[in-house]
Design a protein around this ligand. Structure first.
Ligand code: ARG
Length: 591
């Protein structure tokens, strides 16, 4: 449908003063209203006419000029000018595109690196602390945007900005001394947490500890080999742990550049800013007066404390400069919690103050928290629930559900296919479904809203859940398998123009059109940095597929009708499968 939206926008542009992009077209709420809608409100305001008048005038002009592409019809719906793609185009061209893999087998993908450079920073946990469920938000969203960005032709550079620098790491090295640990000690992530908690408790009553931590951090900044080795050990232990989690989620980064990565750039940058009068002294500390995008004054951005130490913001300014120098990005996105809104406004304010106009290419995408229905979890101190813990609980629940389903199914039809395969054990499938459920639930929630976590609902096989989509995908596979086993289909479902004549119910046409919207939703996901856009779309596809499957029998019809409908099953399988893969949801073969 993307191509048709582009054609509609092109024809529209023959009668508009200022051109629109195809992405400016909306999808009408009801399919019978048309496939794309151009809202006329803005234009009406400019021309001081009513929106319906504008819509009608545009329609007349389009007809006069004759610039509507063949197969696309236009009509007005109140204040909108709507476009409808003909059945012929939908079945012959759209279905073909989805099935023949004109785009290298991936419908809606664009050739690699045709679209500019996108620096995408996500996940960015702190060293010496296990991944909290809360870290799933930037990790899952970032990784989804990363995959979708690449799929849509961006040169994506993904960066994990680990929190690995600052006085707290000086504190950790003091804990090594106090509790008799060395670089050679066998330590786990939990040991690090334990050391950190214990040393902080001591520091509360002993100011000398804090002093020593400060000194240790100064030594670390100067590159003292002994302290550096201890710090490196903490980073390594943490990374090993993070990598295990990332592997489970299928997440990879181009660069793991923690805050420490910029350490040698901090002093020269501060000197430069001071010499230019951008960084000014205030009560012994050094600050930059900043404003937001609208020119409103913000609290100044502190870059150097009175004891000479740099802070979190200093590293962020240096990181932005470094990344622009290296990548000349067209867009840079930070996926970081909503509580850091002011921080990013200040950092962007500093860049603006430095006269760097590329600051307009930088954006902060904030996200909300996790809330648990389970009282035990929601009252934990600091809401500290690890990702591992949540996944483990989800997995247990999936196993129980799967076993129940298996028993039910065998009761109904003793010959039913087993839910496991020789390649996938119950263990593998439960892992895939648990990860899929938890990740989908997170992504399905608009980033800025809090995630309401209720395990039963998250893992439910029905409802707007990951397992519901994964199950729909396995169902498509099972229909295709059955068709092959009974000789109703060959090894591959191929597009056949002649067969499309058999697809003539309303639901079938609607299913193809909706499948064809896939690229449009990918594009919107990128535009708004919201994976929930794609997640909701996939739910819509799956519900529609359910309706199709209820209304239209696939197997056991006339050979042509069965073959024609199998094309729809295969097209649906491709879109749901591709969509889930892009979101980072594993695809079990059976469930
Ligand atoms: N490590 C930080 C935290 O856990 C998030 C870092 C976000 N990224 C950045 N460029 N400041 O809160």
């Amino acid at each position: 449908m993307e191509r048709f939206a582009q054609l509609a926008a092109q024809s529209l542009n023959t009668v508009l003063e200022s051109p629109v992009q195809w992405t400016d077209l909306e999808i009408p709420p009801e399919p019978q209203l048309g496939d794309f809608a151009f809202p006329c409100f803005k234009l009406a305001k400019q021309l001081k006419k009513s929106p319906p008048q504008i819509a009608q005038a545009l329609l007349n002009q389009l007809k006069e000029k004759g610039t509507l592409p063949p197969g696309i019809e236009a009509h007005t719906v109140g204040p909108y000018l709507n476009f409808t793609v003909s059945q012929q185009l939908v079945l012959q061209s759209l279905l073909k595109d989805i099935l023949t893999g004109e785009d290298r087998g991936h419908y809606g993908s664009l050739p690699a690196t045709t679209r500019g450079t996108w620096v995408l920073e996500y996940s960015s946990p702190n060293v010496a602390k296990p991944l909290n469920i809360y870290h799933l938000r930037p990790t899952a969203l970032g990784a989804a945007l990363d995959r979708i960005g690449r799929y849509r032709g961006y040169r994506v550079i993904s960066i994990n900005h680990l929190g690995d620098w600052g006085k707290q790491y000086g504190m950790l090295t003091v804990a090594f001394r106090v509790f008799g640990k060395t670089v050679d000690s066998q330590l786990s992530m939990l040991d690090l947490v334990d050391l950190y908690v214990k040393i902080n408790a001591l520091a509360e009553n002993d100011p000398k500890i804090g002093e020593e931590a400060k000194e240790a951090f100064v030594r670390l900044e100067k590159g003292d080999p002994e302290i550096t080795a201890l710090w490196q050990k903490c980073v390594d232990i943490s990374l090993r742990e993070f990598d295990r989690n990332y592997a489970r989620l299928g997440v990879h980064f181009d660069h793991i550049w923690g805050e420490s990565h910029y350490k040698s750039q901090l002093q020269p940058m501060l000197e430069n800013l001071k010499s230019r009068g951008i960084l000014v002294e205030s009560e012994g500390a050094w600050i930059v007066p900043v404003t937001d995008e609208a020119g409103q004054e913000l609290p100044p951005c502190l870059l150097q404390k009175s004891d000479g130490a740099t802070i979190y913001a200093t590293r962020d300014v240096a990181a932005a400069l470094y990344r622009f120098e290296k990548f000349h990005f067209d867009r840079m996105t930070y996926i970081v919690g909503a509580e850091q809104r002011l921080h990013f406004k200040q950092v962007f304010g500093v860049l603006k103050r430095m006269g760097l106009d590329w600051v307009d290419r930088c954006e902060h995408i904030p996200f909300g928290l996790y809330r648990f229905k389970d009282a035990k979890m929601s009252t934990r101190k600091g809401n500290f629930v690890t990702l591992d813990e949540v996944l483990a609980q989800a997995k247990e629940r999936v196993k129980t559900l799967m076993m129940e389903r298996q028993i039910e199914r065998q009761k109904d039809q003793p010959q039913a296919e087993s839910t496991t395969t020789s390649r996938e054990s119950l263990e593998d499938i439960s892992e895939a479904v648990a990860v899929g459920a938890v990740v989908f639930h997170d992504l399905h929630t608009d980033p800025i809203r809090d995630v309401e976590f209720d395990l039963e609902r998250v893992v439910d096989f029905e409802g707007e859940t990951g397992p519901y989509l994964q199950y729909a995908h396995t169902r498509c596979l099972s229909i295709l398998r059955k068709a092959q086993a009974t000789g109703q289909a060959g090894d591959k479902i191929e597009f056949s123009p002649a067969l499309t004549a058999h697809l003539n119910t309303e639901i079938e046409l609607r299913l193809v059109k909706t499948l064809g919207q896939f690229p449009i939703h990918l594009e919107r996901t990128l535009k708004f940095s919201k994976a929930s856009q794609l997640a909701h779309y996939l739910i819509e596809v799956t519900q529609l597929f359910g309706a199709f499957y209820r209304e239209c029998h696939v197997l056991g019809q006339s050979r042509e009708l069965t073959q024609a409908r199998l094309m729809l099953v295969e097209a649906t399988r491709r879109i749901i499968g591709q969509g889930l893969q892009l979101l980072g949801i594993p695809l079990p073969e059976k469930m």
